[in-house]
Design a protein around this ligand. Sequence first.
Ligand code: NAD
Length: 416
Amino acid sequence: MQKQNRYHEDMNKDILCKECNMRLEHLESKGLITTNQRLVMRNPDRVVSGHLLITRDSGDLASLSAFRIQDSLARGPGKGGIRFHPEVTAQEVSSLAFVMSLKTALLDIPYGGAKGGVQFNPRDYSEEEIEKVARAYVRRFSDVLGPHKDIPAPDVNTTPQIMNWMRDEYEHITGAPAPGFITGKSVEQGGSEGRVEATGMGAFMILQEKFKDTEKSEMSVAIQGFGNAGSVLASLLHKEGYTVVAVSDSKGGIFNKDGLDIERIVKYKEDGNRISDFEDVEKITNEELLELDVDILAPAALGDVITEENVKNIKAGSIIEVANGPISPRADEELYKKGVEVIPDLLANAGGVTVSYFEWYQNIHEEQWTEKDVFEKLEKKMSAAYKETKSLAQEKNISLRDAAYKIAIDRITEKS
Ligand code: NAD
């Protein structure tokens, strides 16, 4: 087994992503992966960094640090978003790229994993300046990007409009149409139907599979975060008859033991209101929401919200990790011991990358699927990945997280 394109001896995950290494060591210590597999997974395939020079509206020059890290190209082109954030680092980008490799492998999508970032605060930049950053990023990394090399997508602070500019810049460089260069484009510019709902929909599909034999109205749900992923999940569960008892945004949450009227709350939020101002319901904090005695808890906002500090107070029967990394490794062990089933982020929020793959596929084959087609294909992918993970976890008596990692790593290393 040989890793391709190793960029620099020092650029391994000891430096770039400590928690990725810890996770790999954990799997090896449990005999779930071999030492060779750990070593193959340890280094990113390629780390590219540089500076983007932008002339600001004022005429001053800005020099912004930028990265593209291709964690694994073993199973296909790299795939992963580009983050615009003042605190983004190579370390963070590397750990996100590692997760992308695992997610695409677990869902059996013919991609590797990658991620990018530009270190600046877009809130301090005009739209024209942001367009310059987007175009400069593509010029800087165009030799390692491409529809069959590495396909970027949106991430924190990067929008469909930014994807459209990036595609346009790439087409200027190559002199040919390349809609498959990037995903997350607006639908008019070659984006896919269903992409906006994909992450919440994917999580919903897993819950539907898991609780297929349970009366839905008996299932209580609490959801932290009411953004793209959380609000779609809440609406779908509510429509299906689950009792969504609590939801929240960054300012706080609301609770009703008999169930909330999610349709009204979505409308209330769309009208520019805060969830915590919604009337005739009990107000709760985000911390209290996590500790509710519910059948399903869905952290859908931030990482590291369930930690050693609060894990002893968690009463949920199952947790679905819609956000990336909401449970710390120590808390995860505690929950497993307590018998709380955790559906890991690798699986729970993979609906997004799966529909991104569908977008690329439609672009490459010049097809345009309906939303119905997209969701039918998504359902097949999500339910197959969930069943496979569940079956391995049962067979080996391990957590769903360990099973998901093992399936993904076996698939990556066998192609490396
Ligand atoms: P979003 O920005 O649309 O929504 C985030 C929500 O979290 C908002 O309602 C916000 O008010 C809330 N929030 C912020 N800080 C909070 C806090 N301290 N406590 C409680 N709530 C808080 O983001 P999103 O796209 O819905 O993503 C949510 C999570 O899902 C992130 O962890 C993201 O990485 C993950 N995710 C999203 C996608 C996707 O396609 N949208 C794909 C994979 C993973």
